[in-house]
Ligand binder design. Structure first.
Ligand SMILES: *[C@@H]1O[C@H](CO)[C@@H](O)[C@H](O)[C@H]1NC(C)=O
Ligand SMILES: *[C@@H]1O[C@H](CO)[C@@H](O)[C@H](O)[C@H]1NC(C)=O
Ligand SMILES: *[C@@H]1O[C@H](CO)[C@@H](O)[C@H](O)[C@H]1NC(C)=O
Ligand SMILES: *[C@@H]1O[C@H](CO)[C@@H](O)[C@H](O)[C@H]1NC(C)=O
Ligand SMILES: *[C@@H]1O[C@H](CO)[C@@H](O)[C@H](O)[C@H]1NC(C)=O
Ligand SMILES: *[C@@H]1O[C@H](CO)[C@@H](O)[C@H](O)[C@H]1NC(C)=O
Ligand SMILES: *[C@@H]1O[C@H](CO)[C@@H](O)[C@H](O)[C@H]1NC(C)=O
Ligand SMILES: *[C@@H]1O[C@H](CO)[C@@H](O)[C@H](O)[C@H]1NC(C)=O
Ligand SMILES: *[C@@H]1O[C@H](CO)[C@@H](O)[C@H](O)[C@H]1NC(C)=O
Ligand SMILES: *[C@@H]1O[C@H](CO)[C@@H](O)[C@H](O)[C@H]1NC(C)=O
Length: 438
């Protein structure tokens, strides 16, 4: 019923603009330039809802008070208005609109529905109070070349597509006005002042090929996702608000950049599943300022852990799918760590000995006993160790003797009495005693 009424009465209303004597028009229009008099620049100053009639009845100087044609509008400016809301439906059929300046118009909400402005080149939304916008925004901006977004109250939750959009936009030669003045906000539950985050900063620090998005409504914290983008190392830098970092399915081998890179100190969860990490040695001595809560390392190349390093990392782990070495020494360390720190390990049943392991291929490490790990075969090694030890001791004794002899010879010009000489002396003594007895 409602639609029916609009359909009947709208054309009538549009062609009969109110008389100038009755009402001050909300909008005025002027030819854009004398040479293209067909195109009009419409300037509106309205408090409250801007209506389509307001725009189309801009022709105040016209004698017959008829509305103008939607296609004639080239430029629409609402600067100085108090509109609260701007609905792009208003612009239906304004196919020649190229410049839309909604700056400083008190706008809180923008509805992009039905926005089809194929010729729009400039869109200025700056200095309003806009919090929300949706992806429908893109539909409007097929040919946009210049855009003003600064001076609004963008909510940080929407930063994800903002950042991606800004990058694509810049790659496509779109000019973003005063990018350094674009901030997003989170409303802190306690504080009255909202916390803000600069778009420019995040765009500049969010690593290329990664997506950075906010993950909290009341704190400026970011999740950075660089999964599956052929990273050979950690990015040199992440935004300082980064708390969760996804680097799964890459080719990372070392933690060097994690320790040396910028802004990794406050990262609390690192997901490194399916990389090429073979050692955690570079995490040794990690400072307590690293606020690790989670380190996910499944599907890497780890063969053993150092209990010393694992104790320093006071975080939860995922360690499954690594080629763990289940020999007596490494297997025992790993098993002890797993059993002692069960609560910190999220995938105990996935932690298995390597498929190529000599003794227990693919066996779940936590299910092996200490005796399984250090079976009697290992004793052979212990005996060999013992033999080695004895041989080493002997070599040291012989060397010491040689050095002593050399020293003695140097000081006395004589070799010290060797064992044979001593035996000889003793025998001589016995002989002498025997002869005395005889
Ligand atoms: C209105 O029309 C009159 C006469 O046609 C003209 O002199 C005047 O400049 C016009 N004013 C505007 C603002 O266009
Ligand atoms: C808009 O109108 C208001 C009052 O109606 C006035 O105070 C303000 O200066 C006007 N703004 C512009 C840009 O003309
Ligand atoms: C826009 O143009 C279409 C087709 O000419 C017409 O049906 C429709 O009513 C127009 N919309 C407005 C709001 O005038
Ligand atoms: C929009 O209008 C304001 C005020 O006149 C001006 O400062 C701003 O530059 C305009 N925006 C664009 C994109 O030209
Ligand atoms: C912003 O979006 C949220 C969720 O879509 C909605 O609840 C809220 O009312 C919107 N705020 C404004 C100002 O449009
Ligand atoms: C980003 O991705 C592109 C295409 O996949 C690739 O060529 C480029 O090397 C990547 N850059 C980085 C820093 O990983
Ligand atoms: C990270 O990005 C990858 C690839 O774009 C996607 O498959 C994955 O779901 C994302 N992870 C998260 C936690 O958003
Ligand atoms: C970190 O890397 C930079 C170069 O990328 C190097 O100059 C610096 O010495 C490194 N710092 C440490 C502590 O390794
Ligand atoms: C880490 O967090 C602390 C406290 O919130 C802050 O002072 C420091 O600047 C942060 N460091 C980085 C690199 O963001
Ligand atoms: C264990 O590994 C299987 C197969 O790779 C996987 O589907 C499962 O999610 C893993 N479990 C945990 C707790 O990570």
């Amino acid at each position: 019923m409602e639609h029916f009424l609009i359909f009947i009465f709208l054309p009538y209303v549009l062609s009969q603009c109110p008389s100038m004597d009755v009402v001050t028009p909300a909008c005025e229009c002027l030819p854009v330039a004398l040479t293209v008099s067909h195109y009009l620049s419409v300037q509106c100053n309205k408090t409250g809802e801007l209506k389509r009639e307001d725009i189309l009845c801009c022709n105040t100087n016209s004698s017959n008070q008829d509305s103008i044609e939607a296609q004639d509008i080239f430029k629409l400016i609402t600067v100085g208005s108090q509109l609260t809301k701007f609905d792009f439906k208003l612009l239906e059929n304004m196919t020649n609109l190229q410049i839309l300046n909604l700056s400083r118009s008190g706008i809180r909400q923008v509805d992009w529905d039905n926005c089809q402005l194929g010729n729009l080149r400039e869109l200025d939304l700056s200095h309003n109070e806009i919090e929300n916008t949706t992806k429908d925004f893109f539909i409007c901006n097929g040919n946009i070349k210049k855009i003003g977004l600064h001076g609004n109250m963008w909510m940080c939750e929407l930063f994800l597509w903002f950042i991606d959009w800004v990058r694509d936009a810049e790659d496509n030669g779109i000019e973003i006005l005063h990018k350094e003045d674009i901030f997003c906000y989170v409303k802190k539950k306690q504080d009255t002042e909202p916390a803000e985050m600069g778009l420019d900063y995040v765009v500049n620090t969010c690593p290329r090929n990664c997506s950075c998005r906010t993950i909290s409504n009341d704190r400026v914290i970011l999740q950075v996702n660089c999964s599956g983008r052929m990273w050979w190392d950690f990015p040199e830098q992440v935004p300082s608000q980064t708390r969760i970092l996804y680097l799964e399915n890459n080719k990372i081998q070392s933690f060097y950049r994690f320790r040396n890179g910028t802004n990794y100190r406050n990262v609390s969860a690192v997901h490194l599943d399916n990389n090429q990490i073979a050692s955690l040695a570079e995490l040794e001595g990690i400072k307590p300022t690293y606020r690790f809560a989670t380190l996910s390392l499944s599907g890497n190349r780890l063969t053993h852990v150092s209990s010393y390093i694992m104790d320093q990392l006071k975080c939860a782990f995922k360690l499954g799918g690594n080629p763990w070495n289940c020999n007596c020494k490494y297997g025992t360390t790993l098993r002890t760590f797993i059993i002692d720190q069960m609560k910190r390990i999220d995938d105990i049943n996935n932690i298995t000995c390597a498929s190529t392991d000599e003794h227990y291929p693919n066996k779940i490490v936590s299910e092996l006993s200490q005796i399984d790990l250090c079976d009697p075969e290992e004793d052979v090694f212990n005996i060999l160790d013992l033999v080695n030890g004895i041989l080493t001791t002997l070599i040291i004794v012989v060397l010491a003797k040689v050095i002593y002899d050399w020293w003695h010879f140097k000081h006395t010009g004589q070799l010290p009495l060797g064992p044979i000489a001593i035996i000889q002396l003793w025998k001589n003594k016995r002989l002498r005693l025997n002869s005395m007895d005889a």
